[in-house]
Design a binder for this molecule. Structure first.
Ligand SMILES: [Fe+2]
Ligand SMILES: [Fe+2]
Length: 215
């Protein structure tokens, strides 16, 4: 897929603000991915042979398309979720915009003929994370949360700390864990419903990530 063509399409498909965020997520995601690429890949285990230019290209496409469905109206989000046979939670009905990542992955598959599971799962998992995330999914989730225009207030974790964990410490698991904590704290601060998918991811991360309370 030609990246310039995709950018042109997104420019007319998305609002100015969303397009700016999208490009910023792309730049951030590629920056993070290159940090790990240059650092050596011993921590990537299964995926270590994958972090080549082809894999970076998948990260770029996923980043550009991650919010493709973000600006679809509420009723339409629900209709599309039904049309694509997605699981719809009660919390989705309350805030249909929460469907945009899952709906987005389904639309992208159909509209762009993208069947690559790395790209599709990265789009799908960008709001609530997931269990068994790929490296690409983690990078997209982190880039979406920490791109320079982002600021989530009312939480105990500074975005700068998460950025430093990625770029300087190259600790993607701890960065992901703290980003998830920050996201959940923000939902609580805003006194909004916590989506079950976010809770599943959080519980999974608590079990898998060795993080002490003082980190
Ligand atoms: Fe999003
Ligand atoms: Fe986003």
């Amino acid at each position: 897929m030609d990246i310039q063509d995709l950018e042109n399409k997104l420019k007319s498909h998305l609002s100015k603000k969303r397009f700016k965020h999208t490009l910023s997520v792309r730049d951030t995601a590629l920056r993070y991915a290159r940090v790990f690429q240059e650092a050596g890949l011993s921590f990537l285990e299964k995926e270590k042979s994958l972090l080549d230019e082809k894999y970076l290209n998948k990260i770029e496409i996923a980043a550009l398309l991650h919010d493709y469905a973000k600006e679809i109206k509420n009723d339409e989000q629900i209709n599309l979720a039904k049309f694509y046979g997605l699981d719809i939670y009660e919390e989705d009905l309350d805030r249909p915009n929460l469907l945009h990542a899952r709906v987005g992955a389904a639309i992208v598959e159909e509209e762009f003929d993208i069947y690559d599971s790395i790209i599709l799962s990265a789009i799908k998992e960008h709001t609530f994370a997931g269990r068994n995330m790929t490296f690409a999914s983690k990078i997209i989730f982190l880039a979406d949360m920490t791109e320079p225009n982002r600021d989530l207030k009312g939480t105990s974790i500074d975005l700068e700390n998460i950025r430093a964990l990625i770029i300087e410490k190259k600790d993607i698991e701890l960065a992901l864990f703290l980003a998830m904590q920050k996201k959940i704290e923000y939902v609580l601060f805003e006194r909004k419903m916590l989506h079950p998918l976010a809770l599943f991811s959080w519980n999974y991360m608590v079990k898998r990530t060795k993080v002490h309370a003082n980190n």
